[in-house]
Design a protein around this ligand. Sequence first.
Ligand code: IYR
Length: 223
Amino acid sequence: MDEDDFIPLEWNEVPEEQMIAKAKEAYEENRKRRTTRHFSSKMVHRSLIELAILSGGTAPNGAHLQPWTWVAVSNTELKQKIRRAAEEEERRTYEQRMPEAWAEVLAPLGTDAVKQHLTDAPWIVVLFRQKKRLRSNGEWGPTYYSTESCGIAAGLFINAVHRMGLTTLTHTPSPMKFLGTLLDRPAHEEAMLVMPVGYPAVDATVPNIHRKPLDEIAYFIED
Ligand code: IYR
């Protein structure tokens, strides 16, 4: 290990008296994020998508292998192809494959096999998880905690989209194999999330559902 393998941490201390205000501000902003299925087709500049992806790419990740590939599509024809293939799979899921216990919890969310957001939104960002990596000796090796890493990256991407005043939806057509084919990704990459990004429609709605309070999601064990 060389002496320049480690560099000083860049860190700005937040005065303690400002911490609670900053924490509240972040929570208030995050609290306003909702998942809507109703997108406007108003164009979004590519530079905003690039910045959201860069934010996603700041995620802590297994062995710093950064096991993600983001494919951002604004091409109308390709978005239509993605929608057609997603709806085909989703129709089979909703009509034949979905167990009753699953349908029960989806009912309040109003989801169905129609994926209009995939063609309404100006961009679709598909996150691929890299299951393997090419080692410097030419052999394939595993990646580590790639699901966790990509999950965190997706969270940061979603947060960045929200903070810039846009909206996104985590769509999970299942199975997702068609995405690798349509977007020409190699076999060691597996599609994980499809995220349309854009402005919400002016008449966008969201389900009337509520988040669990702190005492239902957390336990504190203190001295
Ligand atoms: N993948 C389907 C079904 C679906 C599943 C869950 I879990 C959701 O929270 C929402 C939808 C779809 O995208 O419609």
